[in-house]
Design a protein around this ligand. Structure first.
Ligand code: NA7
Length: 537
């Protein structure tokens, strides 16, 4: 028999854990499906060497409960993948949600059944379920992407994608390792791989700006201080654009006198973390401001590299912060080591992969291991893996198919898909903020919406096409007034062949977004259409 739940949640990362907890707390029955063998989401699979968070640990966690917050003590300023995974297991146990979760289960399809106003869900194990509400917690960066290199299947050595790292130790000793990609995953992993590999070849298409993480262990006093400051930190996080306890920047780069500007930048550089890219208010909107910061960072690279001829290849010239800002630990210094070689793909593009290694336009690089740090089909990729069909069989794959604009309402809902909600969906601000703060906002908004529906006998809720179009235009309009759209990145979908080129993130800041979502709910869900349950006389 097909089992029924009020809600089915897809994914057991930060989103799925909190959503499951919230739904149960509000009295809804819930089943949460997770493809992996446990909770953790992306932190369960992105186990590559050096994988680490780039929000400060004490803010990269749940903060809806002071009690939960104070029970966990982070060991380092920026937690590694293993510690974050332990935290998520701790949180799921404390919140007692694992019993509502089914692991090793991939949701294959979800079809809206008009007659009964339910979602019909099928899993990879062949099981079937129905639910009134379908909630996606699949994450923004969970479908890894390997470019279609010619001959890739012929390579005789080992190969791994950073986002699908095996749950075993990869031994780099005495190995020639090639890393393709210098985004966050490449920058984090390269220095760690170089510690044990015999030779490391970095295949770089776009040089990267990077700011030192300045990671370090916490003392007991520091841990206590974070806990004591829970309320003050949280109140800033709830009102800042980034969701971090960094107040909204008020200074313009160009308008700040040079001496003061350099002082701010040096201080931010010394403190490390995400302070620098949140220090001014026009870094991503004003070309001159951006260039001043970019040149500051280029000078740091020049100063860091012993060989000027190598440094020249490492200097980035895109607008700083229009690709995701990167934090590093000894990334640029790594190129000072004799066994670390940079291959500039702008000069010698990859022609293919051979049985032995990587063939560029210039030569073949023999390798024992190839690491694809080539990123993700971000924002939409994982949702599109599931065959989701709304009213009248409208499929999400068709709605968002290549060439069509990706449109959502608030990144939370889709016209034509009743009772369907996305946590950190496309056109929400999430991925450009401190993600757990954004997730808490989404989960709480969705949970309030379901309570409203229950209290007001609402059978279905769904954004109108007009509201969806307006929101999508607003997201694009904000992006068009920034420098983001001038850079190819996964924010625009340009890293995936054939993907439509829309700006997939709301850039107005988490503070404004929160306010808009609150206004929508306070105005009886402005922009949504309802159907009501018949009430017996
Ligand atoms: P990213 O940031 O998407 O980086 C992918 C890297 O792979 C980037 O340097 C790309 O170069 C490179 N790439 C992609 N395709 C190719 C091809 N065909 N040839 C050569 N190089 C290629 O992914 P990450 O995993 O590092 O980070 C994703 C997010 O996860 C990150 O923002 C954090 O939030 C955590 P490009 O820059 O496109 O020239």
């Amino acid at each position: 028999m097909t089992q029924y739940f009020d809600a089915v949640v897809i994914g057991a990362g930060f989103s799925g854990i909190y959503m499951t907890y919230k739904l149960r707390k509000e009295g809804f029955s819930v089943k949460t499906f997770e493809k992996a063998a446990g909770v953790g989401g992306v932190w369960n699979v992105a186990r590559y060497p050096g994988a680490r968070c780039d929000s400060d640990s004490f803010y990269y966690n749940f903060m809806f409960s002071e009690d939960l917050y104070k029970k966990w003590s982070w060991s380092k300023r920026f937690a590694g993948q293993d510690e974050i995974l332990s935290y998520l297991n701790f949180a799921a146990d404390e919140l007692d949600v694992k019993k509502y979760m089914q692991f090793n289960t991939e949701v294959k399809s979800a079809v809206w059944v008009e007659e009964h106003a339910v979602w019909h869900i099928t899993t990879g194990n062949g099981e079937e379920f129905t639910a009134t509400y379908l909630i996606s917690g699949v994450g923004c960066l969970s479908t890894s992407s390997i470019p279609n290199f010619k001959g890739i299947e012929n390579f005789q050595g080992e190969s791994y994608h950073t986002g699908e790292w095996p749950n075993t130790t990869v031994d780099f000793r005495d190995k020639r390792v090639g890393v393709i990609g210098t985004g966050s995953s490449g920058v984090q992993s390269i220095p760690v791989i170089a510690e044990s590999a015999k030779e490391v070849y970095v295949f770089q298409r776009t040089p990267q700006y990077s700011v030192p993480a300045r990671n370090r262990s916490f003392t007991k006093e520091e841990v206590d201080q974070f806990k004591d400051e829970f309320h003050s930190a949280r109140s800033v996080m709830l009102t800042s654009p980034s969701g971090l306890p960094i107040p909204k920047p008020t200074k313009s780069v160009v308008e700040t006198p040079e001496e003061e500007r350099n002082e701010i930048l040096e201080m931010a550089w010394e403190k490390g973390g995400m302070i620098l890219n949140n220090a001014f208010n026009d870094i991503t909107t004003d070309e001159k401001s951006n260039e001043l910061i970019s040149e500051f960072l280029r000078n740091k690279i020049r100063a860091n590299i012993n060989k000027p001829e190598v440094a020249a290849h490492l200097l980035p010239y895109y607008y700083y912060a229009t690709k995701r800002p990167i934090l590093d630990t000894n990334y640029h210094d790594t190129y000072n080591q004799e066994h670390v070689m940079l291959v500039n793909l702008q000069q010698e593009p990859i022609e293919g992969i051979t049985t032995n290694g990587i063939q560029t336009k210039e030569q073949e690089y023999p390798l024992d291991i190839i690491i694809f740090a080539t990123g993700y089909d971000a924002m939409t990729g994982t949702l599109l893996k599931i065959d989701i069909r709304g009213r009248e069989g409208l499929s999400l794959r068709n709605k968002w198919k290549s060439g069509k604009k990706v449109e959502t309402y608030l990144g939370l809902g889709l016209a034509g898909f009743p009772n369907f909600f996305m946590i950190t969906g496309p056109q929400s601000p999430s991925v450009l903020t401190n993600v757990p703060t954004a997730i808490e906002q989404h989960v709480e908004w969705i949970s309030d919406c379901l309570k409203y529906m229950r209290d007001h006998h609402v059978k279905t809720i769904e954004p109108t096409e007009g509201a969806e179009r307006e929101w999508s235009m607003k997201c694009q309009e904000i992006a068009d007034n920034t420098l983001f759209t001038k850079t190819a990145s996964w924010y625009t979908g340009s890293n995936i062949d054939g993907k439509s080129q829309d700006f997939l993130i709301y850039l107005g800041g988490l503070d404004n977004y929160r306010q808009i979502c609150n206004e929508v709910s306070q105005q009886d869900y402005r922009g949504y259409a309802f159907e009501f349950n018949k009430i017996e006389a």
